[in-house]
Design a protein. Sequence first.
Lengths: 163, 163
Amino acid sequence: MSLQSSSLTKIIEEYIDRLLEENQAGEVSLRRKDLAEKFGCVPSQINYVLRSRFAPENGFLVESQRGGHGYIKIIQLTFSNCDEEVVHLSDLVGNAITEQEARKLLVNLQNREMTTPRERLIIEVALRNQDENGRSLFDVSPYRRDLMRAELLKKILTSLSLG
Amino acid sequence: MSLQSSSLTKIIEEYIDRLLEENQAGEVSLRRKDLAEKFGCVPSQINYVLRSRFAPENGFLVESQRGGHGYIKIIQLTFSNCDEEVVHLSDLVGNAITEQEARKLLVNLQNREMTTPRERLIIEVALRNQDENGRSLFDVSPYRRDLMRAELLKKILTSLSLG
DNA sequence: CTGTCCTTGACTTATACTGACCAAAACTAT
DNA sequence: ATAGTTTTGGTCAGTATAAGTCAAGGACAG
């Protein structure tokens, strides 16, 4: 709510959103160079927009190719299994969550058929991997690992629009 | 803001894909010279297409013979079981993998219907999260992030073979 | 004043395509 | 048989193009 609301990033974000709405397929292809030119900025500004607004944790996939005939493709994954009544899972996760609590939550999600067994597996692998790295590589305290676990879990849930 | 023209490579790729679909055997033979002529390019362009689109990591084998009655044969691989495929994939990931390479591999997996879009999304969130943490929290060097990325990716791929 | 978000540009990496030169298989005339 | 010719495909390096990365600095809310 300031001049920020008219920031270039926001303008470009809205432009891409509009393209996504128009293209019914939920995806759109564009040229980084052209976009940058259209909005009078450097090309890397586009990367910033993609990174900060169209990230996987926001439910987007971005594919791109460099070189001749290069492009950037933005894909919006929209999932309608997000029941309005469902509590906000991110609230359940909170700032910190133990390994046990996380696992219980994931079992729950699978029982409610909000994730497939394969999806749950991937999530568990990712969580455990982070945990191990934190413990053995970076000497992260147990509580801080709970914080990081919560962060990762929330990002994933958000990406699946289960947030 | 639509893309200019489809690249020659893509056009030739699609042509070969079509031939593969028509010939149910999962393989097709052709003449490099004829193909080049058909698409109005130099013969080595065909090699480029084969190298970049019909490589083993895309699930293809290419055999060829020079000289009179020479030919190029493109064979679509099918793995008898998931484990084999995962071993193959883990080899492709190797010890280190860049963000770009990882993304390409994931796109590939999805195109071959070995993962769903949702699964891919979760994986990308996990990779990206690890990257962010490595960069901003633990000051991990770019190359070491490539190592860690490869580790995580392999763990996930392996887990999927069991699911 | 401070931390966060935004913006920029120099530098790096990846892809498409071409053409000159190389290698091998088959044919042909001795 | 053998050597030379013809017919194919392979390789590699160069050129053009386009996207990615990173870090330094700017703008702004609190």
